[in-house]
Write a protein that binds this ligand. Sequence first.
Ligand code: AMP
Ligand code: GLY
Length: 420
Amino acid sequence: MRVLVVGSGGREHALAWAIAASPLVDKVYCAPGNAGIAEDAECAPVAASDTRGLIAFCRKAAIDFVVVGPEAPLVGGLVDALEAAGIAAFGPSKAAAALEGSKGFLKDLCAREGIPTAVYRRFRDAAAAKAYIAEQGAPIVVKADGLAAGKGVTVAATVAEAQAAVDAALGDGRFGAAGTEIIVEECLQGEEASFFALVDGANALPLTAAQDHKRVGDGDTGPNTGGMGAFSPTPLVTPGVEGEVMERMILPTVRAMARDGRPFKGVLYAGLMLTEAGPKLLEYNVRFGDPECQVLMMRLMSDIVPALIATRDGILKEVDLRWYDKAALCVVMASSGYPDEPLRGTEIRGLQKASGTEVKIFHAATKRDGDRLLADGGRVLGVTALGRDLAAARGLAYGAVGKIDWPEGFCRRDIGLRRG
Ligand code: AMP
Ligand code: GLY
């Protein structure tokens, strides 16, 4: 088989690496990919947003199966376009990707199906939103309805901060079309975790849980990022929590989407708040998380390709995935200045020395300049290790970080220390 992975981050590197290991696969391509992905797949210079270019590439390269990594092309309808062109693809249709593409859509679905989530209201009118905030008091959460590259959520400690977030979205148009509608919701307290399941339209196969570290600085300080590190499994998601998430969130969602004529196929990523009253759903993402995908792929013992194909074909019941009884941990190395203004083009050395059988360095944003490897974005490397337990994986990952010669790079020092 010939498989194309769409995207260019650490998630796509982890997917391309896992797919390349499958005996079913002759060749893996990635569009557009990056310098690290080029070591596991052949990169094609086609942007993830270029639907026509991707279809043309699939035809030229005789691609049998496409795996779409990022949310924007999914919400934009890339899988619909590929399937309409006769190209089999992993990921939800545009209609099903609304679970991530519209927080209002998701919240209404939760309300209808009785899925535990924060109490909320939807608004298009700033005055009405502000009145509701004044009535509820702080802390309170304001969210842009649409995709806002992780920047659309304000967890406001005061009423004034929440009202400023309303003005930014509805008044100043900070999030463009993604913010012409907002959600105002109850602020939940607890520990956060992520849970992943494959869904084939009708059936769901639980994968595993992970924890991400979203703030840029040690001890969860500083601005939010796409994720500075992750680990899996997490002791927070016990078998009991997993059962509750499947029964009360994932399965009702799968049934509702099928009933509404927008069956969900792909990976469903539930962002959870583990509150005193039990797990509540913060959000769904309709794709793997990044860096969570990097730890998931390290822990996966089974061939991922049959699972991805069965998801698309609607025969997930035939799939049984096995995981190493070990822990994986990923430390993200970012360019100084991230997340605001990351330095670009600085040289990275020593990756070969830092990699090994238990450590894989996934690339999130790198490029080659002759023999030199250069940083090409904010989050640049995902140093990912598999160890007998979390402490061992942590030791291996930070040991590898210490061997990387990149003065302009930085990472958090406390990945995996927050255990809930
Ligand atoms: P989301 O993109 O909806 O997951 O929100 C991004 C982050 O904002 C989450 O990972 C949480 O840390 C925080 N967040 C979102 N919704 C809430 C809420 N209702 N209560 C508390 N924190 C929240
Ligand atoms: N790591 C969070 C995300 O992928 O959305």
